[in-house]
Design a protein around this ligand. Structure first.
Ligand code: DAH
Length: 361
């Protein structure tokens, strides 16, 4: 019996020594010392031995168990140390190396200008309203007092959506202006009301100053007794804050829009000298928006009683005022995604406009 214990000892010490990883070591442990392991089975045989035999074999088995146990622990620690050393070697990292440069994108001038004008109008109590870019022809035209035969429908160079064969409802359109958001805002919020609606609009048009997709911001204020005087003040305040000049001069020219009565187009005084545009001085005028008092038909389409409420509205080209403010000569470049252009005219993401920082109110 003692011979076989010596044999077990030799065999298992050798296996422990050659176990290459934690898993192999564990299986040696189970085979030797586990509940049904070889050493445990030998322990069980003690019961069948004579007291004398037991007195020699018992301690020898215990000693073997302790020795194997200690050897397994030592081996485990050695394997763990080796694994850690290997990780430290393989995953070594020079934290003093400079970081990899990550090319930062820029904020498109149109996005920047939308943020700027939103901050300015928000300060005057306007909140932002939105509407779909695929719009019903009722919202885009009828509700704005542009019935089917109205010549303004032709002037808008509308993109029409497709209807299934046999579906005779009027097709939806890509909205030709942000004015349909007036209707949606009135229906959703009722009066009184003060909203702006910046967004994309679409017309079939393409030359140096026109692209098939461009941006407008709509403004709408409804209250008991708003007048053109309020409109004029709001627009002047806006222009002073937006163009960051103390003095702006606006010219209201009588005009016609189906959705306003009376209507006015608004020009801003500016000068072009040596290709440099200056706002607020000079002898040129640049048209920047259309506006007027909301037509009673339009109020009614929005669910508002024109006997009790009135308001003003305006629509301004965002791309146009972005070009004016930041001296960008060609509209088409706005939408070509040329990285050189974007890096040159784009804004840092941290350059967020607020009335407190940067934008002079
Ligand atoms: N919707 C007009 C356009 O796209 C712009 C406009 C003019 C909007 C007068 C208005 C307005 O709200 O009152 O040309």
């Amino acid at each position: 019996m003692l011979d076989s214990i010596a044999e077990l000892r030799e065999r298992y010490l050798a296996e422990v020594a050659s176990a290459g990883d934690a898993e192999a070591l564990e299986s040696v442990r189970v085979i030797a010392l586990g509940k049904k392991g070889e050493v445990s089975l030998k322990m069980r045989e003690l019961g069948r031995m004579s007291p004398d035999e037991r007195r020699t074999v018992g301690p020898a088995l215990n000693a073997l168990k302790d020795e194997l146990d200690a050897a397994i622990r030592a081996r485990r620690t050695a394997l763990e140390d080796a694994a850690l050393d290997e990780r430290l070697r393989a995953e070594w990292l020079d934290v003093t190396l400079p970081g990899r440069p990550r090319p930062a994108g820029t904020i498109h001038p149109v996005s920047q200008v939308m943020e700027e004008l939103t901050a300015i109008f928000a300060d005057m109590g306007f909140s932002v309203a939105e509407g779909p870019q695929v719009e019903s022809d009722w919202h885009n035209f009828d509700a704005l007092n542009i019935p089917p035969e109205h010549p303004a429908r032709q002037e808008h160079d509308t993109f029409f959506m497709h209807r299934a064969a046999g579906d005779n409802r009027p097709p939806h359109v890509l909205r030709t202006h942000t004015s349909p958001v007036q209707i949606r805002a009135m229906q959703a919020q009722g009066a009184p009301l003060r909203v702006i609606a910046p967004g994309r609009v679409y017309r079939m048009d393409m030359d140096q100053t026109h692209t098939p997709m461009f941006h407008q911001v709509e403004g709408l204020a409804i209250d008991r007794d708003l007048s053109m005087a309020n409109l004029k003040w709001v627009l002047e305040e806006f222009c002073r804050a937006f163009f960051e000049v103390d003095h702006v001069e606006l010219r209201f020219r009588a005009s016609h829009f189906p959705f306003t009565e009376p209507s006015a187009e608004v020009d801003i005084r500016c000068s072009w000298e040596a290709g440099q545009l200056k706002i607020g001085e000079g002898s040129s005028w640049m048209e920047i928006l259309g506006s007027g008092m909301v037509h009673p038909h339009v109020l009614r389409a929005g669910g508002i009683d024109p006997e009790h409420w009135q308001g003003f509205a305006f629509g301004m080209g965002i791309d146009r005022i972005a070009m004016l403010k930041y001296g960008i000569p060609d509209l088409r470049a706005f939408f070509e995604s040329d990285l050189r252009w974007l890096r040159h005219y784009g804004f840092s993401a941290l350059d967020m406009p607020s009335l407190a920082g940067g934008l002079s109110a």
